[in-house]
Design a protein around this ligand. Structure first.
Ligand code: ADP
Ligand code: ZN
Ligand code: ZN
Length: 670
């Protein structure tokens, strides 16, 4: 270690400060930056990370560190720099950012790397994966690869947007760009959304690159995850394929980062640190002077805007590899259905006829509704009471399988009331629908069909995901009903019909991204039809048939959607024209929560000439898990200025006890 007297320690607690400790003589030799130590902190023992040394200290009482856990540093210089950047960009402590980048077993400090080296043996693969060879690229693919490759050769930071419809060969471009990277003795990170990290996806990378691939996802057991991390750290894996947190993989000599489906909201972490993996990828690529490739059929508005302005380089794949035309999309106006029938119908005549035809032809169908459960709410016919969760300001959803009302925010369960809890009448009505109800209705109307449902209720058990998809693929199931889980990346050539029960679920959300989400979802769902030889058909039911997001999706017209959406964003001053920060103030006490939110808003306003402040306003779910919640929304053109103003206000603000403040930079939901 250096001759300095004190070490600077970052701790994974929400305190935005470093702490000084002294190093006992016997530990001096071993103490170096990037190692974990055990330190006493307010009468508790905490894991700390050594991030620096100091000659002087303004702390009065300095304790010695208790123990150095690691023989060799577990956090390298690059990761220190990146985590520092995260703590500054997303308003968390450096220690919290560091903790987010290492496997949880290391975070707890229980296991040291050395002990784990002889860890679990590689799980034997059931069947060896057949290696694949690269394809001869199409002209468009060739052009994209050549452009990315030029950047690889120059070792320069550049962001590419690979914009290509489904099956236009984006993944093949990724694979060959990775190959290019490996030839330069560098490594690559590929991010994919958790939901599309299916065996199908992993296989494509393993088939090309074999055991040089490490895979990181949330279903891995702790020890398995640790083994993969180890493989990356010691350099035996040079390609990492993984979900959000894989962006923190300690690869050696990083040469390329790819973010597939860059528009996916699951890249944003909704807990501390509230980072966006795509934006972390951008920072990391910059630090390493390497290219970043963002891929999507429906890029986020932010990304496409940057590509149009020339900040990112736009690479386009306009044709499907097999030239199979995109499926025809039919919009069904449910207002008309309502007018011709007395009762509110779940399915239009058009959709029922199409299902019938599909089943008779021996083909498969997928029916999509982005809401799980049976009935979305229960209300009293006499007094109008709607049954809500006791801890959240949210309606309870009825789940038939369990015969329970479930809160989708806190998972609280209760039996459905037979009599109204308020007026004691016995007229409780069940309204609204989820996937469970769709399933039961479909089986009633088509008793002969084999039906399966896939949503987070039916896939709780490990492996159930694969078994449902396996049965569908083999033809044992005629119709698959599901939430957005069935919308992404699945490739079933025998599916000729896709039905969307209601396109309005994602549209009627009070969020400026509602249109974008709806367009993305519909485009993805539609992409599931007609992947084989038969032409596919898509039927979309909606009460808003003339909404531009629905119209553009039905014509597979991203540019048209972008044109309308960007106009609205500019008018209303939303991203990409401004930066957003959402502050959520919460407390168990209602008045205290509101008062604290008002005081904080006042504090911010003192310096806020150049930024806009909206609120405080009750959060859309005004109470969650027993906490009353108030939101403040900040908008500013200059990101640094916005963050500086906020930082100043937060440090000046005297937070009352019992009040918690969450800062969300670039929030993805309101
Ligand atoms: P995307 O990632 O854009 O959805 P893929 O890369 O998955 O598209 O390509 C779609 C299909 O076409 C895959 O089965 C892939 O193996 C195949 N493919 C990709 N590029 C070529 C090519 N140049 N020649 C032949 N087949 C290709
Ligand atoms: Zn009542
Ligand atoms: Zn609840």
């Amino acid at each position: 270690m250096s001759s300095n007297r004190f070490v600077e320690i970052a701790v994974a607690l929400p305190i935005d400060k470093l702490f000084h400790y002294s190093v006992p003589e016997g530990l001096r030799q071993d103490c170096s930056i990037g190692k974990r130590v055990r330190v006493r902190f307010h009468n508790r023992v905490e894991i700390g990370y050594v991030v620096g040394f100091a000659e002087k200290s303004e702390f009065l009482e300095i304790k010695p560190i208790d123990e150095i856990i690691d023989k060799t540093p577990i956090i390298n210089d690059e990761m220190l720099k990146l985590t520092k950047w995260i703590s500054e960009s997303y308003f968390c402590s450096w220690g919290e950012a560091i903790a987010a980048t290492i496997p949880s077993s290391l975070k707890k400090g229980k296991v040291s790397i050395r002990q784990r080296i002889a860890g679990p043996a590689e799980e034997a693969r059931a069947e060896p994966i057949k290696p694949t060879r690269p394809f001869i690229l199409t002209d468009e693919q060739k052009e994209a690869l050549r452009t990315i490759g030029a950047s690889l050769d120059k070792n320069e930071f550049e962001v590419f947007l690979l914009h290509g419809i489904t099956s236009s060969g984006k993944t093949e471009v990724y694979l060959q760009a990775i190959d290019w990277t490996l030839k330069k003795s560098k490594s690559a990170i590929v991010l994919v959304p958790e939901i599309s990290l299916t065996p199908q996806t992993i296989e494509r990378f393993v088939a090309r690159f074999g055991d040089r691939v490490a895979v990181i996802h949330s279903a891995l057991t702790g020890s398995r995850r640790f083994a993969e991390w180890k493989k990356i750290k010691d350099g035996s894996a040079s390609i990492v394929v993984g979900a959000r947190s894989a962006i923190f993989s300690p690869v050696k000599n990083l040469g390329l980062i790819i973010v597939d489906e860059e528009h996916e909201t699951s890249y944003k972490q909704d807990d501390v640190p509230r980072y966006h993996a795509r934006d972390v990828a951008c920072a990391r690529a910059k630090f390493n002077s390497c290219p970043l490739v963002l891929g999507s059929a429906t890029p986020s508005l932010e990304t496409y805007y940057n590509a149009k302005r020339g900040v990112y380089k736009l690479l386009e794949l306009t044709r499907r590899i097999d030239e199979v035309p995109l499926p025809k999309v039919k919009i069904v106006d449910m207002r008309m259905e309502l007018a011709t029938r007395k009762k509110i119908a779940i399915f239009s005549r058009v959709l029922l006829d199409a299902i019938d035809k599909t089943l008779k032809a021996g083909s498969q169908a997928m029916i999509f509704l982005n809401r799980r459960g049976f009935s979305t709410f229960i209300n009293c016919k006499r007094c109008g009471l709607v049954v809500k969760c006791k801890r959240c300001d949210a309606v309870m959803v009825y789940h038939f399988d369990e015969q329970r009302l479930i809160c989708h925010y806190c998972n609280d369960r209760q039996p459905p009331p037979e009599i109204c809890p308020k007026c004691k009448s016995s007229y409780m009505r069940y309204f609204g629908l989820g996937t469970e109800k769709v399933e039961s209705e479909i089986s009633r109307i088509f008793p002969g069909a084999n039906i399966a449902r896939m949503d987070s209720d039916t896939t709780e058990k490990r492996g159930s995901h694969e078994s449902i998809l396996g049965a569908f693929k083999s033809g044992g199931i005629d119709m698959l009903i599901g939430t957005q889980m069935i919308a992404k990346g699945l490739d079933f050539p025998a599916v000729t019909l896709v039905g969307v029960v209601s396109a309005d679920v994602s549209l009627n959300v009070p969020d400026f991204r509602a249109g974008e989400r709806t367009f993305n979802l519909l485009t993805q769902v539609a992409g599931r039809a007609g992947r084989g030889r038969e032409l596919g058909e898509v039927i979309v039911q909606t009460y808003a048939p003339s909404h531009y997001a629905i119209l553009a999706a039905s014509k597979h017209d991203y540019d048209k959607f972008y044109e309308e959406e960007i106009k609205a964003r500019r008018e209303l001053q939303f991203p990409p024209f401004v930066n957003l920060v959402k502050l959520t103030v919460r407390a168990r006490n209602e008045e205290r929560s509101e008062a604290a939110a008002r005081d904080l808003a006042q504090e911010i306003k003192k310096n806020a000439q150049s930024i806009k402040l909206a609120g405080p306003a009750q959060a859309p779910i005004s109470r969650m898990r027993g906490y009353y919640r108030w939101n403040i929304l900040l908008k500013g053109r200059d990101r640094k200025e916005l963050c500086d103003i906020l930082r100043k206000a937060l440090s000046a603000f005297r937070k009352p006890s019992g009040v918690l403040i969450a800062v969300d930079v670039d929030p993805i939901s309101m």
